[in-house]
Design a protein around this ligand. Structure first.
Ligand code: AMP
Ligand code: MG
Length: 339
């Protein structure tokens, strides 16, 4: 009797078992393909699942060096370096990619009232944060002089010929606040074009989740603890979204107990105050990168209002360690606090 019952059960369960295996097989048993490289001054990992994963990852990782070649302020032959060399003297034709990133950066500059400013170059050079052995706080007159060269309003663009002109000598573009987000978004596009349904781009604070995790759930993305960067503050769950963080812990120096970090406020000439980190969750990686830097400079109150206007989500760690978010954040994203 017992035996008969078992066999009847097994009989009916069999098709269901096959179905379950067939549905979960591609995700569960497929091994991820993953490549890690150092580019754009950061460690980058691209992961993908599925039959085309290998070719997809191989092409996606190439995006980062390509974008760096065009947009790094430190490579002599980049579009940005060429524009900067002719500041005050001539127009420079740039690639369509650089032109479009610069156009988005200038739009963000206008929208944020200059909190984000792609002409921040002179201040970035003066402070040299993360680039010098013996960092120091620049003299006030040097800061004032560099500030006078920072103005997105004095960038001329010619969309027809794709040319750029900085109106004054000494002006300098710096696309450090957007280029990585652009590259990560482009790498995600490469994965999608190859038909990848489950993938993850991790470009040092710029994460893009392609589709869902292969186990059929959202991806878990850790948000770093700004004062213990080996640990996470918490995890958010996302699918098909970019999660981009700007932090005062990425590049900084500490002098006489004060932290001087790499996100500069164009209105003061000093590192922006009021924040430790800003995480933006948005469909576009480039937009999230632009916003994370802009919101960081705007500070907690104005920054959250600004993010709300764009209907993107923000999670802020303020300068006292308090967590603040756009309304509804914890309803939209499952948040699991770190240990
Ligand atoms: P992120 O980590 O995306 O916030 O970018 C920070 C980088 O953006 C810095 O290392 C600078 O290269 C650049 N940057 C700093 N301050 C600003 C600013 N106010 N607006 C635009 N870019 C900035
Ligand atoms: Mg940014």
């Amino acid at each position: 009797m017992f035996f008969a019952l078992r066999s009847r059960r097994a009989h009916t369960a069999l098709p269901l078992l096959f179905f379950v295996i067939a549905v979960t097989l591609p995700g569960c048993t497929a091994q991820p393909v993953s490549e890690t490289l150092f580019s754009m001054d950061t460690v980058i990992t691209v992961t993908a699942y599925g039959p085309r994963a290998k070719a997809a990852v191989a092409e996606a990782v190439r995006v980062f060096d390509h974008v760096d070649t065009l947009m790094s302020a430190y490579r002599n032959t980049s579009d940005v370096a060429r524009v900067n060399r002719l500041a005050g003297s001539g127009w420079v034709t740039v690639s369509s990619e650089t032109f479009s990133v610069l156009t988005s950066a200038l739009a963000m500059a206008r929208q944020s009232g200059g909190a984000f400013d792609p002409t921040i170059g002179p201040l970035v050079r003066l402070w040299g944060i993360g680039a010098r052995k013996n960092p120091a706080v620049p003299r006030p007159d040097a800061i004032r002089s560099a500030m006078s060269k920072v103005s997105y309003r004095r960038v001329k663009v010619d969309p027809v010929a794709r040319r750029v002109f900085l109106e004054e000598p000494g002006m300098a573009l710096d696309l450090g606040g957007v280029a990585k987000g652009y590259a990560a978004g482009k790498a995600a596009e490469v994965l999608r074009r190859h038909g990848v349904k489950h993938g993850l781009i991790d470009a040092g604070g710029n994460i893009v989740a392609v589709g869902q995790h292969p186990e059929g759930r959202p991806w878990n993305v850790g948000i770093r603890n700004p004062r213990n960067t080996g640990a996470v503050l918490g995890m958010v769950t996302v699918s098909n979204m970019a999660v981009v963080t700007s932090g005062d812990y990425e590049r900084y120096f500490i002098l006489n107990g004060r932290r001087y970090h790499h996100i500069l406020d164009p209105r003061t000439g000093y590192p922006a105050q009021g924040m430790r980190s800003v995480t933006i969750i948005a469909p576009s990686s480039m937009q999230a990168d632009l916003m994370s830097t802009a919101v960081f400079v705007l500070g907690p109150e104005r920054g959250l209002r600004f993010a709300g206007r764009f209907e993107v989500d923000a999670l802020i760690v303020d300068s006292s360690g308090g967590l603040r978010t756009t309304p509804g954040f914890f309803a939209r994203y499952h948040w699991q606090p770190g240990q």
